[in-house]
Design a protein around this ligand. Sequence first.
Ligand SMILES: [Zn+2]
Length: 117
Amino acid sequence: MNQLKNGKFVISFCTACNKKIWPPYEYCPACYRRTLTVTAGKLGRIVEYSRSWLEETEIIVGLIDMGGILLLGSISGGRGIAVGASVELIATGATSDGKIHFHFKTLDRVDSYTMIK
Ligand SMILES: [Zn+2]
């Protein structure tokens, strides 16, 4: 969890299954071999999102596909937020009760509305 606090997103990887594993486990849940700890890429794609309001602040929470693993996090970026849009993981952290928090921002790309379905 320390890596998350430092802003790195670390996952496990099973070389036998060729699978990314989140949250990280020492052993692959599919084949029980030892996994490797790897730093994952920071780019993902919005699978779903919803908007809600916390007092006066709009909160956008989305499910992000990070190349095979799904993360739930908050998204900023205004108009660029759409299903299929590309996002970048810009912050990770843990709350005092141990919950992991992810924050994404949209990338300014016009071609990002394709894919998925
Ligand atoms: Zn495996």
